[in-house]
Design a protein around this ligand. Structure first.
Ligand code: TXA
Ligand code: MG
Length: 336
């Protein structure tokens, strides 16, 4: 059982290749009320049996997650999604047909059988059908829904490799981590509230409001931070490195780095349009394609944080498009 002990001699998390034997072991751990970490196409998840109340509380405890922040139930298919939902309309069916398996999470009324620990007391449940083979094999062998937040300590940067998970939970003895390699998408799923009319994107992701709207033939709104807090995970203090983050336009970078240099402060720079930075600064070059940028962002933030600069200075990408919008959303949160 994963317990948080720490100290010299404490066991380490266990990163394992997703062999059939390892998947079986992880499914057995879930059945016995334990927590396991696993790869999805977005970020790694820290999962527990959706119907096991004490297992769900272990997820909150391990992450240090506020009790009022609900979890996403991961399911293998639409049929399993319907079993955790109290209502499932034609629009949900259309969205599933178009985007599942994939990085779209639907918030729907929850079935009475779903424990309130899975939804932090909300009358709704968030459901997502991941398309990573490791997550899918685990769901298939386990045979039920798996509630899983991102497998990071609460408030920190989400993990996109097994190593990131092991780093965050280094003190958790025997935490099983199913290694599925680096996550392809790299940023968390789009969270869409289907209980509102029109539906509202609570958290932007790689699937944008425009294509969602096309799939259901309806307008879709996008939640803006200044409006009433709708989804606890949209609180701003989130996804943050320990080092202060400054976001700048491309044109502002050079002057900012010069001023820091004059104060003998070292910046770790994440930029698309720079090929070098003056000493004492360090550059992490970021890709110019949105999908590649998203896939590398969290690893770059974690690496930048580990370099112990005075600031992480990030060039704010200016390009339009849903993936860039989601990237900007994560960058603004990292800078809070
Ligand atoms: O891509 C993802 O969604 C990843 C992978 C592991 O699937 N999971 C993830 O989980 O990002 P987490 O817990 O870090 O973020 C879940 C988000 C939070 O913003 C939470 O508030 C929101 O979904 N959420 C969950 N249930 C909700 C509900 N019933 N109503 C509104 N928002 C909800
Ligand atoms: Mg998270």
């Amino acid at each position: 059982m994963p317990t948080s002990k720490g100290g010299p001699g404490a066991g380490m998390p266990r990163i394992v290749e997703p062999t059939p034997q390892a998947i079986n072991e992880a499914a057995a751990a879930l059945r016995s009320g334990d927590v396991v970490a696993f790869a999805t196409e977005t970020v790694y998840g820290l999962g527990a049996d959706t119907f096991n109340e004490s297992a769900l509380m272990k997820v909150y405890d391990l992450k240090g997650r506020p009790r009022e922040n609900p979890l996403i139930a991961h399911v293998l298919d639409e049929q399993q999604a319907r079993s955790v939902a109290d209502a499932w309309d034609d629009r949900c069916a259309a969205l599933v047909k178009r985007f599942w398996p994939g990085p779209l999470t639907l918030v729907v009324p929850k079935a009475a059988s779903v424990p309130i620990q899975a939804t932090a007391g909300y009358p709704t449940v968030a459901v997502r059908c991941p398309n990573h083979p490791v997550a899918r094999q685990l769901l298939a062998i386990f045979g039920g829904a798996i509630s899983a937040p991102s497998a990071n300590r609460s408030g920190r940067v989400s993990p996109t490799t097994a190593k990131h998970v092991a780093d965050d939970f280094a003190d958790v003895e025997n935490l099983l981590i199913l290694d599925g390699g680096p996550c392809d998408v790299g940023i968390e799923s789009t969270v869409l509230d289907m209980t509102r009319t029109p539906p509202v994107v609570l958290r932007p992701g790689s699937i944008g409001a425009d294509v969602i709207g096309q799939a259901i033939g309806e307008r879709v709104d996008v939640y803006r931070a200044k409006e009433q807090l709708a989804s606890p995970g949209t609180a701003s203090a989130h996804y943050a490195p320990r080092t202060p983050v400054t976001l700048l336009q491309q044109t502002e970078l050079a002057a900012h780095l010069d001023a820091m240099g004059e104060r003998d402060q070292r910046a770790i720079v994440l930029a698309i349009h720079m090929t070098q930075v003056p000493l004492p600064h360090a550059l992490i070059a970021m890709p110019s394609s949105a999908n590649a940028y998203a896939a590398q962002l969290y690893d770059a933030l974690r690496r930048a944080d580990a370099m112990n600069g005075a600031e992480i200075v990030i060039e704010l990408p200016a390009q339009p498009g849903p993936v860039w919008d989601a990237i900007r959303n994560r960058l603004h949160r990292a800078a809070k």
